[in-house]
Every structure is written in structure tokens, then in C-alpha cells.
Design a protein around this ligand. Structure first.
Ligand code: C2O
Ligand code: CU
Length: 506
């Protein structure tokens, strides 16, 4: 008889195999579940696009007030369509913009399939004075995916915010939509489509929107718009012109150069031929800005910087950004091109402090917005997706506020890349960066560059009811899920997102 000892090795191997199989099944089940649960319905409301958090300290835990967008007891539901400007009568500034698909040949000859507004890209510069009623009718001639116009940085009433699927439906070929709002804030802004924006903005649907003070003063001398843009054929342009742009100005003349970064990535601007002052960031004037030289100004995607330059007694002044420059001076005068300075102006400690108009030290709500990244599924697609507070897709936090709240937000980034975080409908003030308090002029932004490893403390006053996007302005990142909303309690939207809705704001 064979009395061989029990084959322990074999049994262990068998058990391991079984365990392995069970583990594989479990892993598969988890993967299948995360795939399944990441899928979004064919159409859904922005108010269901996240888990509402209230930021209220009272109960220690933030469990929200139930599904967002549903009126809490005691509040009446307010549709975004009701959030319009009450101003009646004829507009002070009236523009019609016709969006069209076109083959575009920039001045360097490198063609691409893009879009125009009234036959050009960028679209016409729109100028208003503080307090003007602005009326812009957008007509879509033939842009197949539909279009909208968003007034970047302008605190318009919510119904005028131009976000397809949140504040309106995309304007389809043959249709039109009229935007009406009072220009409340002076400064440098821009407009762009907020439908399929990751493609439409780069391909041409954007322009400058400038609000001048009601009366021109010494502080507002001559100004020049400098719209930086990179077209899909990799053509770097200023105001649509590739390479160098000129403007005539007499020696001694001071010009406010409104540098606007309409691209997805960060850029910088610097000045040769004299000192300059950084007059404004994201449309808001800085308090007592001092002259600087051999220093560049950083511009995040969507951000603006107004530089005050003075034409020297001989030669010209050159405002440069990588690949392009704007020469200002007498005819034929020029200034040498220079490389980018190594020093970067730090707005955290530039200019002089002054009142904010509110007290950010006792906020009504405290929120965290931490950007990360992890592998997983987004609407059923596998990828390495951006996360907000660890979540993706429909489970990112959605920030609930009430009108009048002072809101503090900590924006952190540990995702490996930088993100220009853009909040619609509000101006945020930067209080601190990486634990260092701001010591300069109030630094108001609508688009804040948050680098990998950085943490910002910002605050804003919730004074503009609506459902407001808060997203990365590196628009492909927004498309990859780096997008959420600040939502006023009780505000609802009749508009829908998702493939069957025809609305695709990213
Ligand atoms: Cu400049 Cu949500 O956009
Ligand atoms: Cu980003």
C-alpha cells in the first residue's frame, strides 16, 4: 500500500488557486461596480451632478441638506431663468454676434477648421461703460454642435451666464439667444462659448469684453487689448495676429495694456523698454501698485493682467509673451526682444492693503476643494481622472450657499499638474497661500492658478444667486471631470446635461 504522507504542498497550492480565483472575481466585481456606478444617465440636471455639502460648522459633520437644487423647507424654488437683470428699456451697448464654422487662415498661413464671430476670430471687441445696459444677441449660423457666450469674470445675473445645460440650452444652428445685463464691474474681461468649450474656444469663439469707468480719469489713460491665443494649427496670436503687433503712441504716453490669456495653459508677460506697473488682475484694480522691472507677470488660463507702460523718449516699449509681442511707440520705433525674466511678480505681496468690503475672518461657510488624481472610470470610460475631495463624476462635492453668506474656501492641489480654478459669477479674494497671509493689495481673482502642492485660502461673498460653475479653465481638464458647482439653496434649473440633452458645456 502506498502510505505516502499527506500532500500538504498540493493542498496549499489548491487553496491558493481558489483564493486567487475568488480574489480575481472580487476585483472584477469591484471594477465592474465602479464602471457601472460611474455611468451617467442620458440626461441629468446640474443639481444632481454632485453631493451637496453645506460648509456649515454647526453639526460637525457635513451631510448636506439633501439633494441640491431642491428648495429647503421655507425657501421657494427659484429657476435660473428668473435670475435676469431687471433693467428695462433700450440697451446702451447693442451687438449682434453671428457664429459660423469657417476655415481659418491665420497670418502665418497655417490653416485650421475653426469658427468666427461676425466673420473674424477673435470676435469683435465689446466695450461698455460702468453701469451700461449691455445687450448681445448671439445667432448661430451653422455651428453644428451649438454655441453659447459666457462672460468670463463678469458677475452677470445667472440666466446670462451662458453655460449650456445649466443656465440655458446651447444655441443650435438657425437659433439665437439674447444676453442682457448691466456692466457692474469695470475692468478687463472676455467672452467665449461655453458649449463644447474645450474645442470651440481654442478654435476661435472668443473675444474681449471691456468695461470702462463711467467717466475717464487720470488712472485710466489710453488702453490696448492684448488677447493672447493659440489656435489649433499651433499659431500664437495677439488679437488674432500671429507674431508681432504694433500700436502707435507718442513718447511719454501711458497705456494700460490689457493682457488676457485665452489659452488653457499658463503663460507670462513681461516688458522691455522701461518699468511697468501691474494695475489690475482679473479686472479688479490693485491698490497702489508700485513700478517693477525685469520681472514677469504670470497669467493663468483665462486670467488677465493690466500692465501700465510708458512710451520712452526714444524707442518703444515691448510687451512680450512667449512667441508674441506687442510693440507700443512712435512709428518705426522698436525695442529689443528679450528672454523671459526669471523673477515673477508675486501678487500676494504687491501693492498696499485696503478694505475688502467684508470680513472674511468669520465666514458663514467653510469649504474645501482639494484636487487630486486617480485611476478609475468617468461615465464608464477608464482613465486617470481628476478628483475633487477624492471623488469623480456625479459624486464630487457641490457647494451649497445662501444669499448673503461669506464663504471661505481652501483650494488645494495634489494632482501632479497646475489648475486655473475658475468660479463663475463671483470674485474671490486670496487670503493666504501655503499658510502665508496676503500682505499686499487685495488680490481679487476669478481664475486662480493652483500649482501642484499648493494650498490657497480664498473668500467670497455669496451675493449673486444661481447655479455657478466652478471648474478648471484648462478646458480639457474640465472635460476630464475637474468641474463642480457653487449652488444657492433653492435655485433650480430646467436645463439638462448629458448626451441626449445636446448640452455639453465642457
Ligand atoms: Cu471662462 Cu466656465 O469659463
Ligand atoms: Cu486643470
Amino acid at each position: 500500500m502506498d502510505q505516502s504522507p499527506p500532500r500538504t504542498g498540493g493542498r496549499i497550492a489548491r487553496t491558493l488557486r481558489r483564493l486567487g480565483a475568488a480574489l480575481a472575481v472580487a476585483v472584477l466585481a469591484v471594477v465592474a461596480w465602479s464602471w457601472w456606478s460611474s455611468r451617467l444617465p442620458a440626461s441629468y440636471s446640474a443639481t444632481e451632478m454632485g453631493l451637496p455639502i453645506t460648509g456649515l460648522a454647526s453639526n460637525g459633520h457635513d451631510r448636506g441638506h439633501g439633494p441640491g437644487g431642491h428648495a429647503s423647507p421655507g425657501t421657494t424654488a427659484l429657476p435660473v431663468t428668473a435670475l435676469v437683470d431687471p433693467a428695462k428699456g433700450p440697451a446702451d451697448v447693442r451687438v449682434t454676434l453671428v457664429a459660423k464654422a469657417a476655415q481659418i487662415t491665420p497670418t502665418n498661413g497655417k490653416q485650421f477648421d475653426g469658427y468666427t464671430l461676425n466673420g473674424t476670430t477673435p470676435g469683435p471687441e465689446i466695450r461698455a461703460r460702468h453701469g451700461d445696459l449691455v445687450e448681445v444677441t448671439l445667432r448661430n449660423a451653422d455651428v453644428a454642435g451649438g454655441v453659447t457666450l459666457h462672460w468670463h469674470g463678469v458677475d452677470v445675473p445667472n440666466a446670462m451666464d451662458g453655460v449650456a445645460g445649466v443656465t440655458q440650452d446651447a444655441v443650435m444652428p438657425g437659433a439665437s439667444f439674447t444676453y442682457r445685463f448691466v456692466a457692474q464691474d469695470t475692468g478687463t474681461y472676455w467672452y467665449h462659448s461655453h458649449q463644447i468649450s474645450h474645442r470651440q474656444v481654442a478654435a476661435g469663439l472668443y473675444g474681449a469684453f471691456i468695461v470702462e469707468p463711467a467717466t475717464t480719469t487720470e488712472a485710466w489713460p489710453d488702453d490696448a487689448v492684448m488677447l493672447l491665443h493659440t489656435y489649433p494649427s499651433n499659431s500664437r496670436a495677439i488679437n488674432g495676429t500671429v507674431g508681432e503687433v504694433r500700436r502707435d503712441a507718442a513718447p511719454g504716453e501711458r497705456v494700460r495694456v490689457r493682457v488676457t490669456n485665452t489659452d488653457n495653459g499658463n503663460t507670462a508677460a513681461w516688458v522691455t523698454g522701461g518699468a511697468y506697473r501691474l494695475l489690475a488682475i482679473d479686472g479688479t484694480d490693485l491698490n497702489r501698485p508700485t513700478p517693477v522691472r525685469d520681472t514677469k507677470v504670470a497669467l493663468t488660463g483665462g486670467g488677465r493682467a493690466d500692465l501700465q507702460v510708458t512710451v520712452p523718449s526714444s524707442g518703444a516699449v515691448r510687451v512680450q509673451a512667449p512667441g508674441v509681442s506687442f510693440v507700443i511707440g512712435p512709428k518705426d520705433a522698436t525695442a529689443p526682444e528679450t528672454g523671459s525674466p526669471t523673477a515673477t511678480l508675486d501678487p500676494l505681496a504687491y501693492g498696499t492693503p485696503t478694505g475688502l468690503g467684508f470680513d472674511p475672518t468669520t465666514p458663514d461657510r467653510r469649504f474645501a476643494l482639494a484636487v487630486g488624481r486617480r485611476p478609475g472610470f468617468l461615465d464608464g470610460r477608464p482613465g486617470y481622472w481628476w478628483t475633487i475631495n477624492g471623488h469623480t463624476g456625479a459624486s464630487v462635492p457641490m457647494y451649497l450657499v445662501s444669499e448673503g453668506d461669506i464663504v471661505a474656501m481652501r483650494i488645494a492641489n495634489n494632482s501632479g499638474q497646475s489648475h486655473p480654478m475658475h468660479l463663475h459669477g463671483h470674485h474671490m479674494v486670496v487670503l493666504a497661500r501655503d499658510g502665508v497671509a496676503a500682505t499686499g493689495s487685495p488680490w481679487w481673482v476669478d481664475t486662480l492658478d493652483v500649482d501642484h502642492g499648493q494650498t490657497f485660502e480664498v473668500a467670497f461673498v455669496a451675493d449673486n444667486p444661481g447655479i455657478w460653475m466652478d471648474h478648471c479653465h484648462n478646458l480639457p481638464h474640465a472635460r476630464e471631470g475637474l468641474m463642480t458647482h457653487v449652488m444657492y439653496e433653492g435655485v433650480t434649473t430646467p436645463f439638462r446635461l448629458g448626451p441626449s440633452s445636446g448640452n455639453e458645456p465642457e
